[in-house]
Design a protein around this ligand. Sequence first.
Ligand code: P61
Length: 460
Amino acid sequence: MLRKAEPFKIKMVEPIKLISREERVRKLKEAGYNPFALRAEDIYIDLLTDSGTGAMSDRQWAAIMMGDESYAGSRSFYKLEEVVKRITGYKYILPVHQGRGAEQVIFPNIIKNKGDYVLNNMHFDTTKAHVEIAKGRAINLIDEKAFNTDKYDDFKGNFDLDKLERFIEEHGVEKIVGIVITVTCNSSGGEPVSMGNIKGVRRIANKYGIKVFFDSARYAENAYFIKQREEGYNNKTILEIAKEMFSYGDGMMMSCKKDGIVNIGGIIAIKDDQELYTNCQSSMVPLEGFPTYGGMAGRDMEALAVGLEEALNEEYLEYRIEQVKYLGDKLMDAGVPIQYPTGGHAVFVDCKKICPHIPYYQYPAQAVCNAVYLAGGIRAVEIGSLLLGRDPDTGTNIESPLELMRLTIPRRVYTNRHMDVVADAVIEVFNDRDKLIGLEFDYEPKVLRHFTARLKPIKI
Ligand code: P61
């Protein structure tokens, strides 16, 4: 069968270079053994995140020229609003500067009392942070199968519906202000949530009268998985699947830096709750900006309106998901333990299995990330106990159920040849895994510590 290539050709290039190993050793030490502190120019292949790192199309760049920079009532806003309404079926649309902009507007408007609960399959770190800043409590209720990395399951982002209902019964419905469904579930591996599970959440929410929101940063990738894996969806378009999914929610937040394929931007969309909409509208003015730009330039809204359409294209999604799988397969063939099957935006390497000799409080996945930088100039990111931080009540280090190194693939940026180089470096580290050593803090920030922490290898 004829193989499929990337569904685009390259019109503009940005040079990258690999600095020497000695330089990488020095740069990593200067960065306090924290790849976040590395300069991008010292990185060969940057797999830190797929957020805002995608390549825009010629059509998006062309749309940028059409941006209407009017402070109020920008034409570009109405264009974006029309596209988002068409995808979600929701009535009220507010642009924000990025995902956490949406979070800082929404959560204080739904969390009424200290200690109110927000339930999620798995909160991403900024989402959890904003729930907690609003004095709420962020609870993860993902199905345990997500933690069994080597066992295949079609939908490792699913809620455990029994646990969800039990939690509501035990803690009282009056204390639960919302259920957030994160699609795909970033923290479990970019793993999808099935439509059946989404419907199940909706059923429970209806029974108790709780609102449902989507954290829809990667909703198009989730819709693609539903089309591929769930019965009854194979003949539907990605747009039809996305629309059905949103029909089970009351609102959505979106970091458009992912499936909007833009470098900056975000959205809040609310189905029909006028009170919530007007409350969000009022709070976004001092936080984000006037409701028809909300932290985005007119040109950014134009690029986003086009990017949202492009991300729903099935050929693009096929390429995207296949590239992630391509890297995952290479690693698995060499025996590297990964979250299996691969999800939508990254390969998650199971570092608990790679270095069982490093305890969680010495950050095994961070040790692997650092070694991969030294091996190939590749930047990955730790998703484990370093990211998870400390218990806000007791101050103790929380042990993450998974210690993962995320190799996050930007959209339309790297070719599979780049993926080959990444695989080589990771396999080299894997084959030498007994030499890896854990890390301790030189400096530990109080919140979101992984961004600016300084670490050092422990002395043995
Ligand atoms: C990421 F190292 N994700 O995965 P914003 N919801 C979800 C996200 O994945 C998400 C946001 C909300 C990032 C960026 C990132 O510690 C980190 O547009 C499911 O980034 O504000 C972001 O959207 C927030 C990387 C965020 C990090 C925090 O790479």
